[in-house]
Design a protein around this ligand. Structure first.
Ligand code: ADP
Ligand code: ZN
Length: 718
């Protein structure tokens, strides 16, 4: 292990660096000015925190987000890092005392606002020059650029840092991918191209979904009902709407509060705080809410209205799932909202700018209406290519089914014929559905096809008519009032001489997969304890332990301090501070429920040679029993009211634990093929392996084989 890997494990409790973190850190340690473009949640902080910890002297972090500094500093202190901040919220006395700590070398990482840095004719800069500064980290570095969406004039003064501190490296970090902005940042600090690190903007843990905006409040409530314990942000278009929707949600029993720039400062801060502290689950906000949000366990972001463009959509949805756990992004889309956004744009004074904005809006419209993989489209927009469909978006979750639509087509064509080709799409649909509206002309009520299509919904008719247009069986005549007419191909269909295939899209429901089938009761017990602890310190609970750490704790049930050190997110200091309390909660739980630790299955990389005899988690045990009795996966799923996928993951666990022989689940020659592919592509991500193997192999089979490999590896290890 290298020194920096050691620090990562010892202080933060992480096993390995993510993405390019290690190269970035090495670049800084070699003294290079370095730039990092990484999406939200990518792990930017580690990139300057590790160098800060392994270098002599003080690291200065410059950030515009004053409101967050206290939490950030407290979060670092939880890891035992000597951190402090200086900004305008401190009293004179507090300021002096922090400054003294800095002088005495009691601070390793100092957060400071740019205003503070340059305050009073740069007297603070001169003060810093008397100290040993190992690194300047410039967070939210896009604020330096006019092109960025959040330009801050005081940031431009940072360009002078290199003059004052020619020998101190600078690391500029941002989550904004825009090319001009990144060029600006590079130029400002003369960062060499080879020291620019651009991470993938793929947020793998986010599920993207776009639904038609019809009955959206109702659909939203349905969505929220399935996520009652979870926390999320709902974006709406106006201040008024935030309050109205928050109220509607409250009336429906949800824990929702509004947030917008027009609220009294006190209310606004309070609502934000309640949200951060997990005392309010849902914030209904205008897009003003965001920059200040550093809550790691936001499980969903819903857009009730269309965002401005793809960048905004990406930024806003990006606030979900910073802790890496699966999270969802849902957008309600309508053409009406497109028109609304367009009218906002048109009211702008600068016509050049308006034109750019209109183009960007069009790109967003294409994105929303596309049937391709959302993630592929999204990344393509940021010039990134995704080789395969992601399997984790609504479009990847759609099934397109074709069927004999001759009868439907005949009804549609005959309606158009009987209406003498004089009416538009909506009229034809109303006519087919036998609408009682006054819009339908009296003479049409007597026609044979009136009401012949009652069995289909408006949306279905709309889709089918459009498909008939695509198949050149109907034509939409352009004009002020576009009308539907027949084509030369229509006759054969009407006469029953030509069959028509139509297609129907079926949206499979997205089932939130748990990363681990952890025990919810135990999770809840640790969560309650965490909340108490956090409240005492007046910090957000996820700053004590992240949700991800909670998931691991309540899955693996660690029972000693050395066990705890193997859990993601627990470094030495946290284990010293909280270890005994956590162990006692888990111990009590394990004894009262009669379950044992599962530390032995934590994976070869983390396992220590000492193996612990264990029994299984009760839920998995139940599945095991049913399986041994000869039930199929679907049967077990049905009996236990779980999804088949959950049962499959139980089976995978059972394979890993040696309770089930892999040959019961996968044929021998298939195991070989899958193993070969794992060998070639690694076992970390299943998707590439699945893509390579094709539709003939299921994810479940891959999981079983992977579990079996883990098992074999562990056996060799012990
Ligand atoms: P960003 O600032 O890029 O939005 P953060 O620095 O807040 O992201 O990191 C996001 C989350 O990922 C945090 O919970 C952090 O602790 C975690 N994290 C960062 N690096 C690693 C790593 N190498 N292994 C595991 N977790 C990590
Ligand atoms: Zn997809």
């Amino acid at each position: 292990m290298t020194l920096i890997q050691d620090k990562l494990k010892e202080v933060f409790g992480y096993d390995s660096f993510r993405g390019q973190q290690e190269s970035i850190i090495n670049s800084i340690l070699e003294g290079n000015d370095t730039m990092v473009l990484m999406p939200t949640g990518g792990g930017k902080s580690i990139c300057y925190q590790i160098p800060a910890l392994v270098s002599d002297g003080l690291t200065i972090v410059i950030s515009p987000l004053i409101a967050l500094m206290k939490d950030q500093v407290e979060s670092l202190r939880q890891y035992g890092v000597q951190a402090a901040f200086l900004n305008s919220t401190l009293t004179v006395k507090e300021f002096k005392s922090t400054k003294d700590q800095v002088i005495n070398g009691e601070v390793k990482i100092l957060y400071i606002s740019p205003e503070r840095l340059f305050y009073d004719q740069e007297s603070f800069v001169r003060f810093l020059q008397t100290l040993k500064i190992s690194l300047f980290a410039i967070d939210e570095a896009h604020c330096i650029s006019h092109w960025g969406h959040d330009f801050r004039p005081e940031y431009t003064r940072l360009k002078r840092l290199k003059k004052h501190f020619p020998d101190t490296p600078v690391i500029a970090l941002t989550a904004t991918a825009d090319e001009r902005t990144s060029q600006d940042i590079q130029d400002s600090f003369k960062i060499k191209a080879e020291n620019v690190f651009i991470d993938s903007f793929d947020r793998k843990n986010l599920y993207y979904e776009i639904q038609e905006k019809r009955d959206s409040t109702y659909k939203l409530i349905e969505f929220l009902r399935k996520r009652e314990k979870e926390s999320g942000v709902i974006y709406v278009i106006s201040r008024k709407k935030t309050e109205e929707l928050a109220e509607t949600l409250q009336l429906n029993g949800f824990d929702a509060l509004p947030y917008h720039a027009g609220l009294e400062r006190e209310t606004r801060d309070q609502n934000q705080n309640l949200f951060l502290r997990d005392e309010c689950k849902i914030i209904v906000a205008t897009i003003a809410f965001g920059m200040g949000i550093d809550k790691s366990n936001v499980r969903f972001v819903v857009h009730m209205n269309l965002p401005k463009n793809i960048e905004s959509y990406y930024q806003e949805t990006g606030r979900a799932g910073r802790d890496g756990l699966p999270s969802e992004c849902l957008l309600f889309y309508s053409r009406g909202d497109v028109a609304l956004q367009r009218s906002f744009i048109d009211s702008g004074a600068d016509e050049n700018q308006n034109e750019i904005m209109r183009e960007k809006l069009e790109e967003l419209v294409r994105f929303c209406e596309s049937l391709n993989c959302r993630r592929k489209n999204l990344l393509a927009y940021f010039n990134e290519t995704l080789e395969h469909n992601c399997g984790n978006c609504d479009n990847c979750n759609k099934e397109i089914r074709t069927f004999d639509g001759t009868e439907i087509a005949q009804k549609a064509l005959s309606a158009v014929y009987r209406l003498k080709e004089g009416f538009g799409l909506n009229y034809v649909i109303d006519f087919l559905r036998g609408s009682k509206s006054k819009k339908i002309r009296p003479e049409h009520l007597l026609l044979k096809t009136y009401g012949a299509g009652q069995d289909l919904s408006k949306e279905q008719w709309n889709t089918f008519l459009n498909e008939l247009i695509d198949q050149d069986l109907l034509k939409l005549k352009k004009g002020k009032f576009p009308t539907l007419s027949l084509t030369p191909k229509s006759v054969a269909v009407l006469k029953g001489m030509h069959a028509v295939q139509l297609s129907e899209i079926e949206q499979n429901e997205h089932i939130q997969q748990k990363v681990l089938e952890y025990d919810e009761k135990l999770y809840e017990m640790i969560r309650v304890w965490r909340k108490e602890r956090a409240d005492k310190l007046n910090i957000p609970a996820f700053n004590i332990l992240s949700d991800k750490t909670l998931v691991e704790l309540s899955y693996y049930l660690p029972l000693s301090k050395s066990d705890l050190l193997q859990i993601n997110g627990l470094g030495h200091v946290k284990v010293e501070t909280y270890g005994e309390e956590i162990i006692s909660i888990i111990n009590n739980f394990a004894q009262s429920q009669g379950v044992d630790s599962k530390m032995h299955s934590i994976g070869p990389k983390r396992t220590k040679s000492k193996s612990i005899k264990s029994t299984l988690n009760t839920s998995v045990l139940e599945t095991n029993k049913l399986w041994q009795n000869g039930n199929s996966i679907d049967e077990i799923a049905e009996m236990r009211n779980f999804s088949p996928r959950t049962i499959e993951s139980h089976l995978a666990t059972l394979v890993e634990l040696g309770e089930i022989n892999i040959l019961e689940l996968v044929l021998e020659d298939r195991i070989q093929t899958i193993e070969n592919t794992f060998e070639e592509l690694g076992v970390d991500a299943l998707r590439p392996v699945k893509d390579k193997l094709g539709d003939d192999f299921s994810y479940a089979e891959l999981k079983y084989v992977k579990s079996n490999l883990v098992r074999n590896e562990k056996e060799n290890f012990n």
